[in-house]
Design a protein around this ligand. Structure first.
Ligand code: PLP
Length: 403
């Protein structure tokens, strides 16, 4: 028998760990030193978890050997519910919270529970591609709404509204955004809520970067703006608490649920089927959410993350024919390269060439379901000297393909 992958995987792709990174791994195995700016993984760039998280994790190990409840430990779910209560969602309850092995698992569970063959979900372009992949795996279709580079990458809400059909079930909002670094103002979120309200859609709010904000940016939880709609908010410890490897995330259901009991039963079945999320990591959710938030120091003037964001922005903007919107949040920038100035027909090819000639790994814009091949995503986690080196390599490579 020949084993081919199942037809369910036909439209599923995840380029952040796709063929270009596979080529980088092959080159590394041959002894090349590659600067890898393709994954938002804080630890390899020297970002350490807050001490109390590590201490509590170690302390919890003797008592964390068994399975927990499928939805997660009460202590962790209580901490998450209370977190949202203090953020203006007083009705958030223990039962509304599901813990997961990272937000990734919960995104996939939600799509599996919600999406039927042929259903549509509105997803931003560019997106964090796990959303599009998970909708496709569930048999549905991600319909991409435009985010407007001229408007600081905010969603074009009229484009979003035009794309609602009878098959649309939900709107995905990624704020702060990966890959653009945009942070959406309240009025844009309210306009999105209005579209969801008009058509009775669920809102899926990926807010994993809600604490990673630069300058004067303010994050608004969209669930708080839509108490009359069912919203699921996703967040976790991977980014702001620098423990992506612990695989700790959560989702919080907010708003009316009477019309969604069957969907919620579906979530419960899927939650039961995965038995439970990683238990030691659940023990530190309350530790993380309470008390001092050390991520803030990294974001203030003089803080490492802010400095790196500034260096990446200034370096990229200084390259002829490269335009970039300054990130207001998250850990990325999504520059545009002028294709009239540079020979780029296929952005995956561009990423391959940058890797082979300059030993620099970035992710091509089409990997984020962006429609034109003229963007790439850069991770702003490396220290300043490495970022400067990376920007120089990009400038050198572009100079070699100038028309
Ligand atoms: N959502 C967004 C927007 C992300 O950028 C990421 C990771 O990069 C995730 C979700 C998944 O995070 P995790 O599974 O580590 O919680």
């Amino acid at each position: 028998m020949i084993f081919t992958q199942s037809s369910k995987l036909r439209d599923v792709c995840y380029e952040i760990r796709g063929p270009v990174p596979a080529e980088a791994a092959r080159m590394e195995a041959e002894g090349h030193k590659i600067i890898k700016l393709n994954i938002g993984n804080p630890a390899p760039f020297g970002f350490e978890a807050p001490d109390e998280i590590l201490v509590d994790m170690i302390r919890s190990l003797p008592t964390a050997q068994g399975y927990s409840d499928s939805k997660g430990l009460v202590s962790a779910r209580r901490a998450v519910a209370q977190y949202y209560q203090t953020k203006g969602m007083p009705g958030m309850e223990l039962d509304d919270i599901y813990l997961g092995n990272g937000v990734s698992e919960l995104i996939q569970m939600t799509c599996q529970a919600l999406v039927d063959d042929g259903d549509e979900v509105l997803v931003p372009a560019p997106d964090y591609p796990l959303w599009t992949a998970s909708i496709a795996l569930a048999g549905g279709r991600a319909v991409h709404y435009r985010c407007d580079e001229e408007q600081q990458w905010w969603p074009d809400v009229s484009d979003l509204a035009d794309k609602v059909t009878e098959r649309t079930k939900a709107i995905v909002v990624i704020n702060p955004n990966n890959p653009t670094g945009a942070v959406y103002p309240e009025h844009v979120l309210r306009e999105i809520v209005e579209v969801a309200r008009k058509h009775g859609l669920m809102i899926l709010a990926d807010e994993i970067y809600d604490k990673i904000l630069y300058d004067d940016a303010v994050h608004h939880h969209i669930a708080k703006l839509a108490p009359d709609l069912l919203t699921i908010t996703f967040d976790g410890l991977s980014k702001a608490y620098r423990v992506a490897g612990f695989r700790a995330g959560w989702m919080a259901l907010y708003g009316p649920k009477d019309h969604a009991t069957s969907f919620i039963e579906g979530l419960d079945v899927l939650s039961n089927m995965r038995l439970c999320p990683n238990v030691p990591a659940q023990h530190v959710v309350a530790t993380a959410l309470g008390g001092h938030q050390s991520i803030h120091e990294l974001l203030l003037p003089g803080g490492r993350l802010k400095e790196q964001r500034d260096v990446a922005y200034e370096g990229l903007s200084a390259i002829d024919g490269v335009d970039v919107v300054k990130a207001q949040g998250a850990l990325y920038m999504f520059p545009r390269v002028d294709r009239e100035m540079y020979r780029i027909d296929d952005d995956e090819q561009f990423a391959f060439e940058l890797l082979r000639s300059k030993k620099l790994l970035v992710t091509q814009g089409t990997g984020f379901n962006y429609p034109t091949p003229d963007h790439f995503r850069l991770v702003t986690l490396p220290p300043v000297d490495l970022l400067e080196d990376a920007v120089d390599r990009i400038a050198d490579h572009l100079a070699s393909i100038r028309r």
